[in-house]
Write a protein that binds this ligand. Structure first.
Ligand code: DON
Length: 568
């Protein structure tokens, strides 16, 4: 077991008050902790974006909870210790293989408020007003997370009150922040001033530093209302009133009726096979599972492994399948409750034909390679959880970009999402991830905006084998695709599969984005083929749990963040 110590988490010991419900005291110390990147365990494992949240998940399993209990408690803890993406004011998706053998997927994506309309981010000349869908009150979709947590609790074992208690304590008593969190909070101080109507816990004029304690009193009160009143503690009463008052003070449009009527929905998961593995992914309104299905199927019958990891030929093949999948996304994908998403997008014959114009050694061109037709007739967060009963749970949840809209609900202490930017504000105009969308993803009241989140469970011989996912906007499906290919085709260790350089092509803009560590020789060879290459900041924070041949769980957290593995 390799343990990598974190930053400066020393000597912040503060007496913790004992509590009746699963207190942190004695089990988790929020004032002194370290970051474990890899953990092997027998009974259960959690990988998430923050060590305290991963530890909370494991603590819940030790107390008799299953992987669903742990996933709920971990998300609630992330809403406190990882405010940039963990959330009450956002939404997400859960994909799970349950101990009964059943596959389920839950959609708790935000929806457009009932007063939203397709041109709400355009000026009188019809141009997109920069930033309006990204920051502040008008960028917020109706949050889905709390509804999702209560809905997923149908498969949990412990009372919800127990699952939320660690989050309440972390908010009330505070926790020590990492250097990365301090830097991230400092970077949004100006936005926090610009997009808020009342002071909040994240504001600090003197600046945050590693080792500071973040106490969130208002958030603790909101969590207690949820503990005491269930989902009504968020969607009705005091919390709903605070959200709507915040909207009214800041020019937003979310109403009490929007909150009351929000519903999380069980969806048919996107299930497909790849060389004998069964892959369970998320369907609409996330494009993630469909894109993963398309990309995996487009490479399945090609000798990818023989090309070698990071070889120009392997990258070219993967880039060309990414290009084609993303072209289809821009044209066809959106909330299937509102638009018809063609089922043939994952048809094997269609996908084979889709690669007909792929020429090895020559770059494709997005001006020519558009969405297919059937010729026949940077902040989200992912957690992976597993238990020894056969439950494997993948959850990706988000406020959209880091700290969402930057708007904290006054008196309620949580950030609201800026998920409205995931709609196409105007067909053909890229969103903040540079992604194009069309009619299928136009804004409409009550409609869910298209996502790229790709929580994924892979089975081998019908038993859990991998639990995978990542943040990263449109790079999410490509990161999951590459992680699966690294493990299944290139036979990599889990750590290599996660840590090795990633790359991304999303049809438009027509270029390959690569991480800094992407080898120069491969960049040169790809340029020779005619590709444009752009270096970018790190891609994703992939969290993987792999079931080893002896049945143990190998949990690996990405080294691109404070992400941490825990197990027991
Ligand atoms: O749902 C989506 O696809 C985006 N809102 C995800 C945003 C994201 O991953 C940002 N994180 N880096």
């Amino acid at each position: 077991m390799k343990r990598i110590s974190g930053f400066l988490f020393l000597l912040f010991l503060v007496a913790c008050q004992p509590s009746k419900q699963l207190s942190l005291a004695g089990q988790i110390n929020p004032y002194q902790y370290s970051i474990t990147k890899k953990q092997i365990s027998k009974n259960g494992a959690v990988v998430s974006a923050h060590p305290l949240a991963s530890e909370v998940g494991v603590m819940i399993m030790k107390a008799g909870g299953n992987a669903v209990d742990a996933a709920i408690a971990t998300q609630l803890a992330l809403a406190v210790v990882y405010p940039g993406a963990g959330n009450l004011g956002g939404g997400g998706f859960m994909v799970a293989r349950l101990s009964s053998g059943e596959f389920v997927s839950l959609d708790y994506r935000e929806v457009a408020p009932s007063a939203a309309h397709r041109d709400m981010y355009l000026d009188s000349a019809g141009n997109v007003i920069p930033g309006k869908s990204i920051n502040g009150h008008l960028s917020c979709g109706v949050p889905g997370t709390v509804a999702g947590l209560f809905e997923s609790a149908r498969y949990a074992r412990l009372p919800f009150k127990k699952l939320i208690q660690p989050a309440i304590e972390l908010a009330e008593k505070g926790f020590v922040i990492t250097e990365r969190e301090a830097n991230a909070l400092n970077a949004i101080q100006k936005d926090l001033k610009a997009y808020n109507t009342v002071p909040n816990a994240f504001l600090k004029p003197t600046g945050w530093k590693a080792g500071d304690t973040l106490v969130q009193t208002d958030l603790a009160k909101t969590l207690k209302r949820i503990r005491d009143k269930g989902r009504d503690g968020f969607y009705r009463g005091e919390t709903a009133r605070l959200i709507v008052e915040e909207m009214q003070r800041g020019g937003g449009i979310m109403s009490l009726a929007d909150l009351e009527s929000y519903t999380a929905k069980w969806r048919q998961p996107q299930v497909f096979s790849y060389k004998g593995y069964t892959i369970i992914g998320m369907g609409m309104p996330s494009s993630g599972g469909t894109l993963l299905n398309q990309m995996m199927k487009m490479v399945e019958n090609r000798p990818l492994a023989s090309f070698g990891f990071l070889s120009p030929d392997a990258i070219q093949l993967m880039v060309e399948v990414e290009r084609r999948a993303f072209a289809d996304r821009a044209e066809y994908m959106g909330d299937a409750d509102h638009v018809q998403v063609p089922a043939w997008l994952t048809d094997e014959t269609y996908l084979r034909n889709r690669m007909r114009d792929y020429v090895p050694g020559v770059a494709g061109n997005s001006q020519h390679i558009k969405a297919g037709v059937l010729h026949e007739s940077e902040q989200t967060t992912h957690l992976s959880v597993i238990d020894n009963e056969g439950n494997a749970v993948a959850v990706t949840t988000t406020l959209n970009n880091s700290y969402g809209s930057k708007t904290v609900v006054g008196g309620a202490g949580f950030l609201l999402n800026d998920e409205m930017d995931d709609f196409s504000a105007r067909p053909g105009v890229p969103n903040m991830y540079g992604a194009l969308g069309g009619e299928a993803n136009a804004i409409a009241p009550g409609k869910r905006m298209l996502s790229a989140m790709t929580p994924t469970v892979v089975l081998k011989d019908n038993q859990p084998f991998l639990v995978v996912g990542t943040p990263g906007g449109t790079t999410i499906p490509t990161s999951v695709f590459q992680t699966l290919i690294n493990i299944i085709e290139f036979g990599m260790t889990t750590e290599d599969a996660v840590y090795q350089p990633k790359f991304h092509h999303q049809w438009m803009p027509d270029r390959i984005d690569v991480e800094r560590s992407f080898p120069q020789s491969t960049r040169d060879a790809l340029k020779q083929m005619g590709y444009k290459i752009a270096e970018r900041s790190s891609i994703g924070r992939t969290e993987v749990i792999k079931v080893l041949p002896n049945g143990s769980f190998e949990a690996v957290a990405d080294n691109r963040g404070d992400d941490a593995a825990a197990g027991w």
